[in-house]
Design a protein around this ligand. Sequence first.
Ligand code: Q46
Ligand code: ZN
Length: 324
Amino acid sequence: MKCRRCRGPAVIELRRHNAGFCGDCFLHHTREQVKKAIHEFDMIQPGERVLVAVSGGKDSLGLWHLLRELGYDADGLYIGLGIGEYSDESGRYARDFATKIGGKLIEVDLPADYGFDVPDGARVAKRSPCSACGLSKRHIFNETAITHGYDVLATGHNLDDEAAVLFGNVLRWETSYLGRQHPALPAAPGFVRKVKPLVRLGERELAAYCVLMNIDYIVEECPQAAGNKHLGYKEVLNAIEERSPGAKATFFLRFVERAHERFADEAAAERDELSPCAQCGAPTPGETRADAAEPRTAQRGSQPVCAFCRLRNRATRIPLRVEP
Ligand code: Q46
Ligand code: ZN
C-alpha cells in the first residue's frame, strides 16, 4: 500500500479514511485532524492558557504533545486517584513526560489533598469506582483550572470514547447528557471552557502517534475498569466499525452536527438553575434524583452541597461545614 499523501510506502492503514500513510504523513494527518477540530469548534484562541488533564495514558500525553507542537501554551494537570500501583505508575509516566518536554505539570493528589481515594469513595458512596472517579476528576479539573487562571481545560477523549458515551446516552435516551455532549462546552459562571481536541482521532491513531513520537505511556488498564459499561459499548461499536469502516465517526460527528442542538436547551436550562455549593462554591443543582439517595443532612436550608463534597464528606466522615 502507498501513502496517500507522498506515494511512498505506507506504514499505517486507516480504513475509515480509505487511506494509508507513511510515518511523516501520518503525523501530518494527526496534527491536521487536531487543528481541524480546534477550528471547527472554536476550542482555543491564540494566546489562551490551556490546562491539559493528563493521566499518563496515550490519549492525554499525545494531546499535550500535539497542542505544544501546534504552538499552544499548554500545561498539564495530573490527579493521583489513590488506585494502588496503577496510580503510582501512571504518575511516573506523567512526570517523566513533563520532564522530557520541559512542560509544567500541576499535581493534585486525591488522598493527600482531599482525604480519600477512589476505591474508598466508591465503597462508602455505593457508587461504581468509575462513577466516583469521574465525579472527582470533573470537579478537580474544573476547580484547578479556575484556581490557576487557565482559559480552557482540554481532555484526551478521542473518537472511540465519545462514540461510546454517545451510544450509552442514546441507549438510555439521557436527553440532558446529550445536550452536554459536545467537543467544546463554553465557559459559564463557575465553569471553565472544556474542550476535546482529539474527537476526530481514534484510539489506534493516538497509539500510533505516541509510538512514532517516542512518547512512553502507561499501557496497563486501570484495575477498577472491570465492569465499566463503556468498555462493552466500545466492543459493540468496534464490531460495527469492522463491517462498516467510518461508522463511529459518522455516528458521533453527525450527532454533533445535526442532533446536538435539539438537546442543548434542556442542558442550558439545567445549567441556569445551578447555585453555589455551600462547601466549595462550585455550581450544583438543588435536590436531584441522585440526591434522594443521599442523607438529608447534605442539604442545609436552601444551600445545596455538591455531589463531590457529599462524596468527600461520606468518604472522610468530615462533619458538614457550612459558611454562616
Ligand atoms: S481511572 Fe477512574 Fe478510569 Fe479507573 S476508576 Fe474508572 S474512570 S477506569 S478513565
Ligand atoms: Zn462542593
